[in-house]
Ligand binder design. Structure first.
Ligand code: URA
Length: 242
């Protein structure tokens, strides 16, 4: 459960003003929550998920780390900025001071974590910690058991062998098959290259799981803040003190 907090308390705790002055700012219509002017002094917010602005400036909770789970859309870049002005994953979030944990290709959609917690991001993406990432993969043709066995035993890419994957063929329709694939590494275009090696090019790729996290009922482009319990569980998984 994410904790809710009164707007004026949040503003005071974030160093914007004293509680009394913050109450006045709210009453004067200077504060927006998710783009709407709020003049109710007792209004309560979710400091991790709501976008709070005072006179047009976004206010961050003081001293706290940010952790988001985003449903990245295909066509959105996994980077903080793009010199060519294309949409990045940061453009889908209200808070800008975070960075993506690992990356998904431009045409890959699905679960992406973003944070400003460098220690956690480093460990989640380091193969040593074996954090599992689960994908829904649509490929050309129907990979036979011997091809799936290659993925399960760890096939060779240009840079060497990748770790064994968990693979499950879900269905075949026409000349396409869908599979679930779970890996813990994050080499560049790893899944596309793995399926290319076995002769079944990837047509569609979506990340559906990251450690114990799933997209649940998020729609493409939507995000949510991780709960405190989820952050603690992730930290514990990679040996970080909570
Ligand atoms: N593997 C890929 O090939 N692409 C991704 O975006 C993620 C994993």
């Amino acid at each position: 459960m994410t904790e809710r907090i009164r707007l004026h308390k949040f503003l005071a705790a974030s160093g914007v003003a004293s509680r009394r002055a913050a109450e006045k700012m709210i009453a004067d219509g200077k504060v927006k929550v998710n783009g709407n002017v709020i003049t109710t002094v007792g209004f309560s917010i979710n400091p991790l998920a709501d976008k709070i602005e005072v006179n047009g400036k976004i206010i961050q909770p003081k001293g706290s780390r940010q952790y988001y789970l985003l449903y990245k859309t295909a066509g959105t870049l996994t980077s903080v900025k793009d010199p060519h002005g294309r949409q990045t994953v940061i453009d889908l979030l209200p808070f800008k001071d975070v960075f993506p944990v690992g990356r998904l290709d431009l045409d890959t959609e699905g679960l992406l974590l973003l944070t400003d917690d460098g220690d956690l991001a480093y460990r989640l993406t380091h193969p040593r910690f074996k954090v599992k990432k689960k994908y829904l993969v649509l490929v050309k043709g129907k990979p036979g058991e011997e091809k799936l066995a290659l993925l399960r035993s760890g096939i060779k890419l240009e840079e060497g062998f990748v770790s064994p994957a968990l693979v499950q063929l879900l269905s075949t329709h026409g000349n396409k098959s869908s599979l679930h694939l779970t890996i813990h590494e994050g080499k560049k275009r790893q899944i596309k290259r793995m399926f290319a090696v076995i002769g079944h090019p990837v047509i569609f790729l979506k990340r559906i799981g990251y450690a114990f996290l799933t997209l649940q009922d998020l729609k493409p482009g939507e995000y949510r803040a991780l709960t405190r319990a989820e952050v603690l569980r992730l930290k514990k998984m990679v040996g970080l003190k909570c």
